[in-house]
Write a protein that binds this ligand. Structure first.
Ligand code: GLU
Length: 387
């Protein structure tokens, strides 16, 4: 298997920066804000309490599992019991557990593309077969029941459904979520719905949770979420899965053999994030929205770059097909993989090539970095591409 390309780009950009290079990193999806002070203070209090220094239940602190159930009802209207919640080392770990629990060798997992890098890798780790369902900018990077049906076989077990989407920022309208949920229920297909970007929605777009709008799919739906993106807590590593009870019990056994509990201090921080003041969330969202508009406007102005306006998350996913094959800085750039390499070498700008997401010809830029860096980074790309 390959290492995660998003983490690889991020690590390279951070190492170059540490070595004094003026790198601007559009790589990993990571808010530039510090974690809000009330959350950090809760963690400091927890660290000082000896009770926190001990093992705790592998499935998560009871208070946090309750808070996650309450937050899920509050934010999406999905009613779940704390027993269905497993607290994990980030959303990525929750997904890994779920694939391990559900996938038998040869099971097919439908993954609309462009997809986040770790879904197919994790399916392969469970001896499953990732089946990409390709979408394009013409459909706003959204799949449809017709398209899913074309890819369904008698080995199809799971659909990975992500809205808002990483890497495209696409957000599915409620009627499309309902139709996809109804299709999954009709064919007995499990849905893993990744809701990690639920609060990062802009303009007229709205967040619709699949098991709420399509309750008939709920008995076979797993919700994955976490505090990383909403509360600027990527490094704290707290995510969770919400599963039907029997699956949750299986995952808890798995987790008790592999990792035990997530660090207690981080769990107390997450507890404060979910239950404390939500003011910082709105402030960060407003900043992301401003940066989103700037990124779309500046990238669209570059000759050969085509942008679909993202409605959620904090990524923009332009097509660079119009610049491929051009002679740039003395060499012909023929793929976005090569373009990403050249941009880092020549103008110190790091972005993730579309190849990583199953979408050659595109690239992903996170706009969760500071306003000045964002403007400067895109200006460097424009200058380099001569547009
Ligand atoms: N989800 C983030 C991203 O796509 C974090 C990096 C990762 O874990 O892939 O950039």
């Amino acid at each position: 298997m390959e290492a995660s390309p998003t983490l690889a780009v991020d690590a390279k950009a951070k190492a170059l920066k540490a070595a004094g290079e003026p790198v601007i990193g559009f790589g990993a999806g990571e808010p530039d804000f510090p974690t809000p002070a009330n959350i950090v203070e809760a963690a400091q209090r927890a660290a000082a309490d000896p009770a926190t220094h001990r093992y705790s239940p592998a499935a998560g602190l009871p208070a946090l599992r309750e808070a996650i159930a309450a937050k899920t009802l509050r934010d999406t209207g999905f009613e779940v019991a704390p027993d269905q919640v497993t607290v994990t080392n980030g959303g990525k770990h929750a997904l890994y557990n779920v694939f391990q629990a559900l996938v038998d060798p040869g099971d097919e997992v439908l993954i609309p593309a462009p997809y986040w890098v770790s879904y197919p890798a994790q399916v392969l780790l469970a001896d499953g077969v990732p089946v990409a369902v390709p979408t394009t900018k013409e459909t706003g990077f959204r799949t449809s029941v017709e398209q899913l049906e074309e890819h369904r076989t008698d080995r199809t077990k799971i659909l990975v459904f992500v809205s808002p989407s990483n890497p495209t920022g696409a957000v599915y309208p409620a009627d499309e979520v309902a139709a996809i949920g109804a299709w999954a229920a009709e064919h007995g297909i499990w849905v893993i719905t990744d809701e990690i970007y639920e609060h990062l929605i802009y303009g007229d777009a709205t967040m619709t949770s699949l098991p709420v709008i399509a309750p008939q799919a709920a008995p076979r739906t797993i919700v994955v979420n976490g505090v990383a993106k909403t509360y600027a807590m990527t490094g704290w590593r707290v995510g969770w899965s919400i599963c039907p009870l029997e699956i949750a019990k299986g995952i808890n056994k798995l987790q008790s053999q592999i990792t035990s509990n997530v660090a207690n201090v981080a769990q107390f921080a997450a507890l404060e994030a979910l239950g404390g003041s939500q003011d910082a969330v709105a402030e960060m969202r407003a900043a992301f929205d401003r940066r989103r508009k700037l990124a779309v406007a500046e990238l669209s102005a570059i000759d050969g770059v085509d942008v679909v306006e993202p409605e959620g998350a904090f990524y923009v996913f332009p097509s660079f097909e119009g610049v491929l094959g051009r002679e740039i800085a003395g060499r012909t750039v023929s793929s976005t993989l090569e373009l990403a390499e050249v941009l880092l070498e020549q103008v110190n700008v790091a972005l993730v090539p579309g190849e990583a997401f199953g979408a050659p010809g595109y690239a992903r830029l996170s706009y969760a970095l500071g306003d000045d860096d964002l403007a400067e980074g895109i200006a460097r790309i424009a200058g380099f591409l001569g547009g």
